[in-house]
Write a new protein. Sequence first.
Length: 400
Amino acid sequence: MQELQPGQNRPLGGGRVKIGVAGEPREDFVARTQIGAVLLAADGRARDLADLISADQPRSRDGAVAFADPTGGFEIDLDAVPVTVAGIALVLTVRPGVPLGTTFGVFAAIRAWVTDAADAPLLVFPLPPTSRGETAMILAELYRRQGQWKFRAVGQGFAAGLAALATHFGLPAPEPPAADPGARSGAGQARETAFSGTGFCVHPDGYVLTNHHVIEGAREILARSPRQRCALEPVFADPTNDLALLRAAAPLAGVAVFRDGPQARLGEAVMVVGYPLGGLLGSGPQVTTGNVSSLIGLGDDTRSLQFTAPTQSGNSGGPLLDGDGAVVGVVSSKLNVVRVHEMTGDIPQNVNFAIKAALARGFLEAAGVDYQSRLPRPTRATADIAAEARDFVVKIECRG
């Protein structure tokens, strides 16, 4: 069986094949996730809900794609797929109704697989370890190219779950699940959960940039720093690229500046300012330093870069600053060392990821928010940059 990396593809030819998903621990994976196959037109979108094949709708209207219980995979007659179908996406989501906060990060391994009609293994795509909080995923795609079917390893995650996945394919967003009566307190109020991250002000009117996964599922969002506290309102979100724009009820004390010209360079010194571990390390911002270790993210993701400045849970959404204090990235995640150790026996150190500033700037432009930028300047003392960042970096407190 051939193992693929993200972005790689291999020909399948025609005939009958089986595709599916497996995860570990197996029992938890089956209980907490659900899989689907989405038939796609040439524009990459589904025509209607009949193009979503799953345990609830186990067969496509032409019969070429069928859910194969109990394997949890799909049997596909590639020769019988109509010419109007240009591709078939294999998708995975966290089941509605599982405990709040459940993401793919709870599983030790996830992999997509392909066999022939006789169950002989052909291809496998092990999803690379990641600590991002995805709740929906396009794992792989079968697509038609010059009359031949191919399999592509994808691994595109969505922090906003099933709703974001539906929007991506042009399908109606699912109705939210009914409230669980057992999730209420004795006073009859919904049991609240609290979670936090970091954000930074990008406009004098109080616009704050952060990760989408920081605020996902929040009913109330607050900005807090040693100097102020105010409410935040969601304005614009991009779950695919894990970015969110909020607006503060009152102007913040400072505004971050993006770097113009050359973006972050390999080996360049960088700084992280944020509020890790929900205030456990103190109520003020925490500062760590390191350098840019790679210009691509996990699985050759060109939207991200890697850096060595130590980060913890709660740093997500904070700015990655250069030696002059200009923004060159948005901190997004760190490598899950426990899972990597389980898979390889090695313990990686200080492998962290940030969304590149160019992508964040494009997000702000799409939202119609002006931001400040400047050309690179000589480096300054870390203490001076940290003092300046205290005015534009805030802790984001969420209740959901």
